[in-house]
Design a protein around this ligand. Structure first.
Ligand code: CFM
Length: 473
């Protein structure tokens, strides 16, 4: 059974192209869900906008940088508190600020350049120890055509000690946040890489690309690199300093975790500077060990790698196995952005004995579906840009025990008495690495075995579902 038309989609048959049920022996290639296409109006997409992909996902993570959002204040809502990327030294309190030009109707009519200039000076005056800034345009300020480079130049002329990066990627620039990843990647390599020479302290240097320090992921992995004697020149962009990322051209190897959001810069670094690209998965015991082996093999330090893996297994594997024993056979759905579908499906199945029964990607491209369907099992649903009604129907069809998704969908499924774990910003992370995967297992275990669930009798559950479904219709 290749493409599937759900009952809730009968009035919009175009949705059939976005949902695939993998059947035994079928050629995946032939039935890839249509992806990275414009959302069908009215389908209540879960996607974010292109600006969000640039600001919230990548740029906003930089810890020593003022994030100036040139637009209405609503565009500045999402920041560290929704994405949860800490910084490591507690000095960077500006991460917790929202910087915006707070554009109102009259500024849209008369132009916002003066307002932006004033806001930039105010921000630097307010935070004298911060000398780096990213300026983002949003839909309204892009539409009225404010000249951002000219405005920024006026500011840097007066403040020669500051460095500013411009991201012109308004929300409407693409079909999802994926476009924002792309624009920021290319902008950074075009304008910033190569403008600082990093200090080389080790014979082994990498950039770690596509990891955003969600609840400390970067900091956990950093311990491994330190133990291996590998210098990370730049983390793109978890826990990163702006200037470290300007020195990316000096690494010997680019190690890529999230290929979707940051494969572009890795490819450009290869093209322009000849730095090879090595893709790894950082979630799960098997994958993390494989990743460490690949990186160590590149530098010829295999023994060190094996030592580290053995130490980590001795420390964490017994705990993982304790959870595996209790999670075996759990039916899991993953509804996140895209890459976590292919990063996670095999790792939870191999390491935890979990069965992944449905996956929905907000913005993954075809290549993400190729990877996830190749790694996923027969009888699993693969959905592109899923919407609320589809989620309800899929839940009825497959009855998952736990769903890894964001709080928006998560709070909704909670009302159906199905536990959710925050698949984006995590419940109690980090989730990467060996220790991190034990955290993931623990959060899944706590969700699935939550005693409150047993209080929710099946009939109440059924009733709740019907009521919610009716409300949604
Ligand atoms: Fe990469 Fe990410 Fe993801 Fe992503 Fe995202 Fe994310 Fe995600 Mo949420 S960069 S693509 S745009 S792994 S915020 S940290 S969890 S949807 S699958």
């Amino acid at each position: 059974m290749p493409m599937v038309l759900l009952k809730c989609d009968q009035d919009i048959p175009e949705r059939e192209k976005h949902i695939y049920l993998k059947a035994p022996g079928e050629s995946t290639r032939e039935f890839l869900p249509l992806a990275n296409a414009a959302t069908i109006p009215g389908t209540l997409s879960e996607r974010g906008c292109a600006f969000c992909g640039a600001k919230l996902v990548i740029g906003g993570v930089l810890k020593d940088t003022i994030q100036m959002i040139h637009g209405p204040i609503g565009c500045a809502y999402d920041t560290w508190h929704t994405k949860r990327y800490p910084s490591d030294d507690g000095k960077h309190f500006q991460l917790k600020y929202v910087w915006s030009t707070d554009m109102k109707e009259s500024h849209i009519v008369f132009g916002g350049e003066k307002r932006l200039e004033k806001a930039m000076h105010e921000a630097f005056d307010e935070m004298p120890h911060i000398k780096r800034m990213i300026v983002y345009t949003t839909c309204p300020t892009a539409l009225i055509g404010d000249d951002i480079p000219a405005t920024v130049k006026r500011v840097t002329d007066k403040r020669p000690d500051v460095d500013i990066f411009i991201v012109e990627c308004p929300g409407f620039a693409g079909v999802s946040q994926s476009k924002g990843h792309h624009v920021l990647n290319i902008g950074w390599i075009d304008h910033k890489v190569g403008t600082v020479e990093p200090e080389i302290k080790s014979p082994y240097t990498i950039n770690f690309i596509g990891d955003y320090n969600i609840q400390g992921d970067t900091q956990l992995l950093q311990q491994y690199w330190d133990r291996l004697g590998i210098q990370v020149i730049a983390h793109f962009t978890g826990n990163a300093n702006y200037d470290d990322l300007r020195g990316m051209h000096r690494a010997q190897l680019n190690v890529v975790n999230c290929a979707r959001s940051a494969g572009y810069i890795a490819n450009e670094l290869k093209k322009r500077y000849g730095i090879p690209r090595l893709d790894i998965d950082s979630w799960g015991f098997n994958y993390m060990a494989e990743g460490i082996r690949k990186v160590c093999a590149f530098f010829g330090i295999e023994e060190k790698g094996e030592e580290l893996i053995a130490e980590e297994y001795a420390k964490w594997k017994p705990q993982l196995d304790w959870y595996k024993e209790r999670l075996k056979g759990t039916k899991m759905a993953i509804w996140t952005g895209g890459p976590r579908l292919w990063h996670w499906t095999k790792s939870v199945e191999d390491d935890l004995g979990v069965r992944v029964v449905a996956m929905s990607s907000k913005f993954g491209h075809e290549e993400d579906f190729e990877k996830v369907i190749a790694r996923g099992q027969d009888g699993t649903y693969y959905i592109d840009d899923g919407n609320e009604l589809e989620f309800f129907e899929i839940i009825d069809l497959i009855k998952p025990d736990v769903i890894f998704t964001g709080p928006r969908v998560g709070e909704l499924v909670k009302k159906l008495h199905i536990p959710y774990v925050n698949g984006h910003a995590y419940h109690n992370g980090p989730y990467m690495g060996f220790e991190g995967f034990v955290n993931l297992a623990r959060d899944m275990y706590n969700a699935v075995h939550n005693p409150l669930l047993s209080l929710a009798a099946e009939d109440i559950r059924g009733g709740g579902r019907v009521a919610l479904k009716e409300a949604a219709e």
